[in-house]
Design a protein around this ligand. Structure first.
Ligand code: WQD
Length: 349
């Protein structure tokens, strides 16, 4: 029988791509999502790609009794990949309690249920934000965790600590935290991609929305950083590569012996690109000219971050396969598909 995996936040950006990757490897997936930052249409996108409709439960993970009820209904869940969380840095500064409540309670309730199982496996969505501005580049997992700049970042740090402390006293629980660098792109079929609500805060959805005409122009936040072209440097990783890494990590937990029951891995390409390089690459792959202007720095931005991926390469035997060109091309295709869908819907009205 196929192994059954719970994916929380499975209708979100990274979650939905991971559901596809899991189904393609033969796992049976149950999704929990409360639709707070996603849409039921995503289920259709997943099914179009894999021809398998995953089970879906609309559950709010802040409700302890509902989490318990879920595990009673699905006693054969063997692992959990936990994406469900709020992720807007600025909003977390405005509303810290919402972030601490959402991101930490859900994690605690899941772990409380999971530890009652025989050999539970757990994968946590963490972020390179835990490193802040690292002293050395590329950033390895050994780099110190710095005081978080935002409540969002703090929930990732505290989340990791909660799992670490729990694993220490729960030897039958095996967990991995995956620290993502900057996830971008979309499924090459254009059936899945990022669905930002309101004005996008992240670079790539802002670029694609500007190129399609939804936004007037992109603001480049600062060109006076100590980098070759003065703009910030990030490690942009294709969401399909990231999704595959979750499957590989889960298979490690299910099938391999580990020296320790809690591990941390960076997930990035290992290559840094500046904001201006990202813009130029986008213009090249899309054949469009992107209107942009240089504005002041955005508060809280760090100068440069890119991953040392040696640990994931060697232990997970995973390596990013797609380039930033591929990722931006897929993001553009997705934005165009979204526009087509909107036009079809307006015409159908
Ligand atoms: C990338 C670069 C901006 C928008 C954030 C979170 C992180 C992670 C991913 C996820 C920066 C510049 C952006 C724009 C710009 N979290 N930029 N104009 O800030 O590296 O990481 O998202 O859930 O925790 O902090 O990503 O895409 O916002 O910015 O010039 O309109 O693009 O200054 O240099 P960031 P980003």
């Amino acid at each position: 029988m196929n192994k059954k995996i719970l994916v929380t936040g499975g209708l979100g950006f990274i979650g939905s791509h991971t559901v596809v990757a899991l189904q393609e490897r033969g796992f049976e997936v149950v999704i929990i999502d409360n639709l707070s930052n996603s849409s039921l249409d995503v289920l259709g996108g997943i099914t179009k790609i894999t021809k398998i409709s995953p089970e879906y439960e609309n559950i709010d993970l802040r409700e302890k009794a509902a989490v318990k009820g879920f595990f009673e209904k699905y006693p054969d869940i063997e692992g959990v990949i936990h994406f469900a969380a709020s992720k807007a840095v600025g909003e977390s500064v405005e509303n810290p309690l919402l972030y601490y409540e959402n991101n930490l309670n859900s994690l605690i309730y899941l772990l409380k249920q999971l530890k009652q199982k025989e050999a539970p496996k757990f994968i946590f969505s963490s972020s390179c934000t835990v490193y802040g501005q690292a002293d050395e580049l590329p950033i390895s997992e050994e780099a110190p965790v710095k005081k978080a700049e935002s409540p969002y970042g703090n929930t990732k740090q505290i989340g990791e600590e909660i799992i670490f402390d729990t694993c220490k006293v729960t030897p039958h629980l095996n967990a991995i935290s995956l620290r993502y660098f900057n996830p971008i792109g979309a499924h090459p079929s254009a059936h899945l991609g990022e669905l930002p609500i309101g004005t996008p805060q992240n670079l790539v959805p802002f670029i694609t929305q500007t190129a399609i005409g939804k936004r007037e122009k992109l603001s480049v936040f600062g060109d006076d950083y100590p980098t070759p072209d003065g703009t910030c440097i990030r490690d942009y990783i294709h969401v399909v590569d990231l999704a595959r890494a979750h499957v590989v990590a889960l298979e490690r937990l299910l099938d391999e012996e580990q020296d320790t029951n809690y591990e941390v891995f960076n997930l990035g390409t290992g290559k840094g690109n500046s904001v201006l390089e990202a813009i130029k690459t986008f213009e090249k792959v899309s054949g469009t000219k992107l209107p942009y202007t240089i504005t002041g720095r955005r508060e809280g931005d760090i100068t440069a971050a890119y991953a040392d991926t040696t640990k994931a390469n060697e232990i997970l035997k995973w390596k990013a396969e797609f380039s930033i060109d591929n990722a931006l091309e897929s993001a553009w295709k997705w934005e165009q598909r979204l526009q087509e869908k909107e036009m079809e819907e307006t015409e159908g009205m």
